[in-house]
Design a protein around this ligand. Structure first.
Ligand SMILES: Nc1nc2c(ncn2[C@@H]2O[C@H](COP(=O)(O)OP(=O)(O)OP(=O)(O)O)[C@@H](O)[C@H]2O)c(=O)[nH]1
Ligand SMILES: [Mg+2]
Length: 202
């Protein structure tokens, strides 16, 4: 897929104020600092479209980006950010889960996992929650430029194995780097194929 245009549409704290659910939508989620905003910028080739930061907790709203005037990328706040109050964490959690569970036009959740780490409980638990809700998702391993391909493959295999305890069929995965654009064609190709099958049925 060729990305011809990418436009910031809105930031929201209320699910009632989102754009009308008329177009296929893809949500990026994962632990704080995993590289969600960087991956979005890499995919659309626009540095600075989604705000990135070395400090975790940068993205605090549901951000909609409109791509090729045809589909939405959604940048979500990260989960598992330790340095916020418990009540704020609960608020975010509820808000994100409501969005994921209720958004009719959401086609797929892209769960971002840091490829440098062994399986993290919070990531496995989040995937299990998506599974329980019947939400379709894929795994996107990030920051692959930071270590050898062998190490990445080992961590990918361990994560898939952890999910295989609860999933009969572990969803497909992508290995990416926002730094050197690894995985860009694959992720965009996947989105393109889902877009082609999009039918509004609500
Ligand atoms: N080397 C390398 N660094 C990356 C990559 N992706 C992200 N980073 C860095 O990781 C840090 C966090 O990236 P963000 O894209 O802001 O992460 P995020 O998941 O959006 O974080 P929150 O919005 O805080 O949840 C930044 O310093 C990025 O430059 C990557 O593929 N390779
Ligand atoms: Mg972010």
């Amino acid at each position: 897929m060729i990305v011809k245009s990418a436009e910031f549409i809105c930031s929201n704290t209320q699910t009632s104020k989102l754009p009308p659910p008329e177009k296929p939508e893809y949500a990026f989620i994962g632990r704080s600092n995993v590289g969600k905003s960087s991956l979005i910028n890499m995919l659309v080739n626009k540095k600075g479209l989604a705000k990135t930061s070395q400090t975790p907790g940068k993205t605090q709203l549901i951000n909609h980006f409109y791509i090729n005037e045809d589909w939405y990328l959604v940048d979500l706040p990260g989960y598992g950010y330790a340095r916020i109050s418990k009540s704020k964490k609960e608020d975010w959690d509820k808000f994100i889960r409501t969005y994921l569970d209720k958004r009719e036009s959401l086609q797929c959740v892209l769960v971002l996992i840091d490829s440098r780490l062994e399986p993290q409980k919070i990531d496995v638990a989040f995937c299990n929650w998506l599974g329980e809700k019947g939400l379709s998702f894929v795994l996107v391993f990030t920051k692959a430029d930071k270590q050898s391909a062998i190490k990445t493959d080992q961590n990918v295999a361990k994560f898939r194995k952890a999910l295989s305890e609860t999933f009969e069929e572990v969803p497909q995965h992508f290995i990416t780097s926002a730094e050197n654009k690894l995985g860009r064609d694959e992720v965009l190709g996947f989105i393109d194929s889902v877009n082609k099958g999009f039918v509004k049925n609500w």
